[in-house]
Structure formats: C-alpha cells, structure tokens
Design a protein around this ligand. Sequence first.
Ligand code: NZQ
Ligand code: ZN
Length: 389
Amino acid sequence: MNSFRFYNPTQIIFGEGTADTVGQQLASVGAKSVLLIYGGGSIKKSGLYDRVIKQLQEIGAKVVELPGVEPNPRVSTVRKGIELCRSENVDFILAVGGGSVIDAAKAVAVGVPYEGDVWDFLMRKAEIRGALPLGAVLTLSATGSEMNGSAVITDWEHQLKKAFGSIYAYPKFSILDPTLTYTVPADQTVNGAVDMMSHVFEQYFSLTTDTPLQERLCESILQTVIENAELALKEPTNYAARANIMLCGTYALNGGMISVGMQNDWATHMIEHEVSAIYDIAHAAGLAILFPNWMKYVYRERIDRFVQFAVRVWGVDPNGKSDEEIALAGIQATRDYFSRIGAPARLADLGIGAEHLDQMAKETVRFHPVGSFKKLAEQDVRAILEMSL
Ligand code: NZQ
Ligand code: ZN
C-alpha cells in the first residue's frame, strides 16, 4: 500500500424526506443570494422544483435561476452561470439534478473568482485557487459528483470534453434522498449502474499490492450494484434498491476513499470522454462498450487481479481452469451483465463508425499517455476503440 492523505469536506445528508431540509441547510451556511442550477425539466415534472423554491422563499433567500443544463454540460452554459453570479451578487450555488447539473455548478463556482475564461481550467492552463460555495440535491445516482471535487465539461464547438478536479469544488453539502430517484427512467438507471461500476474498475484494477481492504471495498460495491440494479429496474419505487444504489454511487467516487494508497487508472474514462465529445452519447453508454474491451486489452498486466475479480465478484468457478480462462470468464461476465441490464455493447449500436477514431485517440492522450494499470499511448487507445466498433 502506498502512503496517502485523504480529506473529504462534503457533508452527506441521506434518507427519505431529506430533500425538504435544503432550506435549513442553506440557512445554516448563511446563503442569502442563491444561484439555482438545474437541467432540462425533470425537477419541474417531479415537483422537486416547487419544493426547493418554497424552502428558498421560507428562508428569505434571493433566487437566481440557471435552467437548461445539458447532459454532457456545455461550457457555454457554465459561462452564462458565471455571468449571473457576478451580476446578481450570488453567494451560494445550489445544484438540483444529476451529475451534469452538479458538474456545471462546480465549473460556475470555480469560474466566478477567476479573471480569465473558465475553460482554462479544463485545458490545464490555469490553477483553481478558489470558488463560490456550492451544495447539491442529487436526483440521479451515477457519477459521485455529489461528494467529489471533479467536473467534466464539454466545449461543443471544438468537440472537446475535459475534466478538472479541485478541493475547492467539493460541495459543502449534498442531499441524497433516494425517493428523488424513483422517476429516473430505465435507461438512466442502467447508465448509473454502469458508471458507478466503472468508477470502481478504474480504482480496483491497480498494480499496487497489499491492499486487501480497498479491494474488498471495491468488490462489495460491485456486488451491491449488481444485486440492486435489476431490482430497481423491475421496481423503480423500491426504496431499499434505490437507497443502496445511491450509496454505492457516492462511495464509488468520493475523492478515492475506497482506493486510498492505490494507484488508479482512469484510461477508459479518458477515452470515453472523447467519444462523448464528438457523438454526445451518454457517458455510461460509452463506458459499457469500452470497459470490457479495455479489460481484454490489459488483463495480462496483472492476471491475478482479474482472476480475483472473476471469482469474487462474478462467482466464476476456478476449478479446472487456467488463470487465463478464469480472467476471461470474468470479463465475459461483465459484458453479459451490461447486456442483460440493457447497456450497449458496440459503438455500432449507437450508430458510431470508424470515421473519427484517429481524432478520439489523439485527443485522449493530448496531455500525456493515459492509465497506470497499463500506460496507453495513442495507438493503444486506437486499438481499444477499434475493438469496440
Ligand atoms: O436534465 P434533466 O431534465 O434533469 O434530466 C436528466 C437528464 O436528461 C435526467 N434525470 C436526472 N434526474 C432525474 C432524471 N430524469 C428523471 N428523474 C430524475 N430524478 O437524466 C438525464 C441524465 O442526467 P445527467 O446529469 O447527464 O446524468 P449523470 O448523472 O449520469 O451525469 C453525466 C455527466 O457526468 C459526467 C459525465 O461525463 C457526464 O457529463 N461525469 C462526472 C463525474 C464527476 N463529476 O465526478 C465522473 C463521471 O465519470 C462522469 O464523467
Ligand atoms: Zn464515470
């Protein structure tokens, strides 16, 4: 195990009915002028918008709204939010939605005190040195954005999708009320399960040794998602299933708690972001296609971890099989599970052909080779994309 520091400043408020405590939370942090950021209307349809507005009125806060955050949020929308914060003297940002909304809120938060263009942070041209405080009411279990300092933003005009991470971007609090996810449609429920499992994969497939606790934490999140996702699909208002999935999503990517002292990979996420940048597909749809192919491409780097994955997570019977056969059975079980819950298996399923493979591979390694389980150069990324066609 490597040495590490771990700090996560986000307060989590979890449980049925907690959505009605957002006013109280805002009052406790002294919010007076609030930018309310939300997406394309799901919160209006579900009634959550009215519940939040009522609480903001009760505490006498001024409310400024930024509606219409896109899935794969655009930097143009973020820039609008920054302008609003400046012109309306906003002192707190409240994101109500899924990962896209929370990510946009984070980008607005770090952009307000910066004199340059917020896109500089995504292109690693400037360092984040401060932010407006933000909080979140999560409506979709998937990204972990509710308890981490990362955001992923798209520059649609230039077909770029990039990420930043900063201690300043952690929400002060996040409200996790599983009942808010009852309305999440089947395809987004599937996406959420695939995304949180992928976050675990990025940390679990590591070359770091002597990390039994971290490995078991990873494996138990995977097993809990596997057990509960199909139940949530069958019974969308099953509280236990939604609550368990929500907790898994938050734990899977909250500043690295489950993988402290381990080297992480993140290559597949970097590749996927470039697919989304060009084709605007759901992040997890790309991950479902790419991850089993990444696994096939890299498993020989450390076959014992893939054997452990197959046996402990998927229950592959190791008797009479070589390590190679066990590892491959685990990878196949991953693919089969994704397909069973309805995730796509090939880029062709999303109408994506070979036209932009070079561009995606090149952009993935723009800053440096990606991954650590196996360092991937441009030609490796291209090979994985080709396997995914
Ligand atoms: O926009 P609205 O109308 O709210 O509808 C959304 C959206 O269409 C809908 N939705 C959300 N909650 C709902 C609901 N529909 C019904 N009932 C509800 N309760 O779901 C759709 C997708 O929402 P989105 O926020 O885009 O999904 P997700 O949470 O999966 O976020 C995806 C984004 O997060 C980034 C991805 O790249 C992508 O841009 N990621 C962020 C990460 C982070 N910050 O740490 C890590 C991830 O790996 C990921 O890259
Ligand atoms: Zn992800």
